[in-house]
Write a protein that binds this ligand. Structure first.
Ligand SMILES: [Ca+2]
Ligand SMILES: [Ca+2]
Length: 461
């Protein structure tokens, strides 16, 4: 598997200096000088684990003797028990760093999506990361190496499929945007734009014939133009050794892809408006898949010399007629594009619907605020009137003068006067303002008002 070379390759970093002629049974081991980015989100961790394991003589030796199955089955992981204490300490440290990195990722995700103060079960969340053992967050064990290998194998297998899907969506989006743009133009402009588009498309198609990847013609062109060798002396075995750049006895995906550069340059030039470099990357991936499909007999994503030589015996190797490039391939059907556009339209409609809902809510809240303000004003006015009335009543409650003008003694303070002694309010005060509600009624009005004001608070934020 891809991972096999990745793991054992990096583990066997020394193999770069191993002579080209290696025993046949050792050909399963692979070693690029530096492992390219796998695109895995734990790539760095994987790489660091490999780098550390590589420093252990015992482990390196075991790896050299291991085959792809030993690595995948977890047999190799068991050898971790025998690596030096120093190496184990380093691995433990790497694991703690990885756990802490994942915790930070989780926290950032939670902060972005959830309310604060929510109790988080980190252990159960860590379980979603399949490349390490969540039960033990402190030391790196055989189980961790096994899980790391399993996760990387699975993820890398899905990687190409995901890339194709992403590319397809990219192409559909490009076409969708082009069609939308055309719709926005007037008749004359649209015709101009369409003519321009067709001209670019035609220009992009004008390129020398692209050879079928992995065919005699294709390899011979590399032999002649890249390697500068005589085409009449083309020799598959020599070719294989020349392009096994890290001399590990196998052509890995990167070494294969390097062979396609010449073909890709025929079609794609980053200086041209009509050449899309993302299409070039898709083309490179398709070429590699094509070769692997025909040549990699045991499906371990590596080409051994034996597999390579067998492929050169095939009829297709010698009689390939031409490669269908991305632009000649129907990446998506019209029906798929329509589904994609419908999906986009549904997403947009949903977003629009949500925006409209928010707008309406906002409007309602604003309206509610206006009503509350009016109620508040009215209430304040009522309170003011009550106070005025109270102030007007004060002089009447002052000690009454007797019939002869003498002051009568008032034993109780005016506010404590018995109800039956309180004189009715002067008629003019009732006639003046709006009718004054009774005290309990007023009380009832105050209560809901306060509640309403409380609910209305979000508006102010
Ligand atoms: Ca190689
Ligand atoms: Ca193979």
């Amino acid at each position: 598997m891809h991972l096999t070379w990745l793991l054992s390759a990096a583990l066997l970093g020394l193999a770069t200096c191993v002579p080209i002629e290696r025993p046949k049974e050792k050909q399963e081991e692979e070693t690029p000088p530096e492992a390219p980015d796998t695109g895995l989100y734990y790539h760095r961790y994987l790489q660091e684990v490999i780098n550390v394991l590589e420093t252990d003589g015992h482990f390196r030796e075991k790896l050299q003797a291991a085959n792809a199955d030993d690595i995948k089955s977890g047999k190799l992981s068991k050898e971790l028990d025998f690596v030096s204490h120093h190496v184990r300490t380093k691995l433990d440290e790497l694991k703690r760093q990885e756990v802490s990195r994942l915790r930070m990722l989780l926290k950032a995700k939670m902060d972005a999506t959830m309310e604060q103060d929510v109790q988080v079960d980190h252990l159960s969340l860590l379980k979603q990361f399949e490349h390490l053992d969540p039960q033990n967050q402190h030391t790196f064990e055989a189980r961790d190496l096994e899980l790391l290998i399993q996760a990387a194998t699975k993820d890398l297998e899905n990687y190409d499929a995901a890339h194709h899907e992403e590319f397809k969506r990219y192409e559909m989006m490009k076409e969708h945007e082009r069609r939308e743009y055309l719709k926005s133009l007037d008749e004359e402009k649209r015709r101009e734009e369409e003519a321009h588009f067709e001209a670019l498309k035609k220009k992009h198609k004008e390129h020398p014939k692209v050879n079928v990847p992995g065919s005699r013609d294709q390899l011979k062109e590399v032999w002649q133009e890249t390697d500068g060798l005589d085409p009449n002396e083309f020799n598959p075995k020599t070719f294989f050794k020349l392009h096994d750049t890290n001399s590990d006895g196998v052509l890995d995906e990167q070494e294969l892809e390097a062979l396609f550069t010449k073909e890709l340059e025929k079609v794609y030039d980053p200086r041209n408006e009509e050449d899309d470099m993302l299409e070039m990357e898709e083309e490179r991936l398709r070429m590699r898949e094509h070769v692997m499909q025909n040549v990699d007999l045991n499906k371990d994503r590596l080409v051994t010399l034996e597999e390579f030589l067998k492929s050169t015996q095939k009829k297709e190797f010698n009689e390939a007629d031409g490669w269908e490039t991305v632009e000649e391939t129907q990446v998506y059907s019209e029906a798929e594009l329509q589904r994609f556009e419908a999906e986009l339209a549904a997403q947009q409609a949903e977003l629009g619907r949500q925006a409209e809902q928010l707008r309406q809510q906002h409007q309602e809240l604003q309206q509610r605020q206006v009503e509350l303000d009016a109620q508040k004003k009215e209430f304040q006015q009522v309170v003011l009137q009550m106070e005025q009335r109270k102030a007007q009543k004060q002089p009447e409650q002052a000690p009454h003068a007797g019939p002869d003008g003498e002051l009568k003694f008032q034993a109780q303070p005016p506010h404590a006067a018995p109800a039956d002694q309180t004189p009715p309010p002067p008629p003019e005060s009732r006639a003046g303002g709006p009718a004054l509600p009774d005290a309990p009624a007023l009380q009832n009005q105050v209560e809901p008002l306060q509640n309403q004001q409380h609910h209305a608070n979000p508006v102010e934020h």
